[in-house]
Design a protein around this ligand. Structure first.
Ligand code: AMP
Ligand code: ZN
Length: 137
């Protein structure tokens, strides 16, 4: 994709702070550094988001994410990791090239809060929803 910023990084046309590279995958520091070491893992080929990525590439990207998480623990002293993907703008995706955030966590000191709160808008019928999803698999 000509005008995709992550394709440009993958092609070496825009600089990045590279953490890892192989034939299919590139990982580099997120410029926002939500916490110290916050890294993005991308496939070198362009896929708009998680929904469109072939299974073998998903596996390679998440395999690299695991290696990077282990290295963040070993090198930076992270005590935990958040693995995050935003799929589509409604979920907060701002760069439309599939990527996984690998975010090292350092306890209260890192000031990052990711909270899952119970749904307050509607009462959800759990057996029906589980059935709805599983019949499409
Ligand atoms: P998302 O909101 O999940 O699409 O995440 C996009 C991320 O890309 C944001 O956290 C940005 O800080 C990051 N980002 C955007 N441009 C660059 C860049 N040139 N190099 C590194 N990170 C970037
Ligand atoms: Zn791209």
């Amino acid at each position: 994709m000509d005008d995709c910023i992550f394709c440009k990084i993958a092609r070496g046309e825009i600089p990045c702070y590279k953490v890892y590279e192989d034939d299919d995958v590139l990982a580099f520091l997120d410029l926002s550094q939500t916490t110290k070491g916050h890294t993005l893992v991308i496939p070198k080929n362009h896929y708009d988001n998680f929904l469109f990525v072939p299974k073998d590439i998903v596996s390679k990207v998440f395999g690299a994410a695991q290696k990077i998480a282990q290295a963040q623990v070993a090198s930076l002293g992270a005590e935990g990791i958040n693995i995050l993907n935003n799929t589509n703008s409604v979920a907060g995706q701002t760069v439309m090239h599939f990527h996984v955030h690998v975010i090292p966590r350092y306890g209260e000191a890192d000031k990052l809060k990711i909270e899952f709160m119970s749904n307050k808008i509607e009462k959800i019928n759990l057996p029906a929803v589980a059935e709805e999803i599983s019949k499409k698999l």
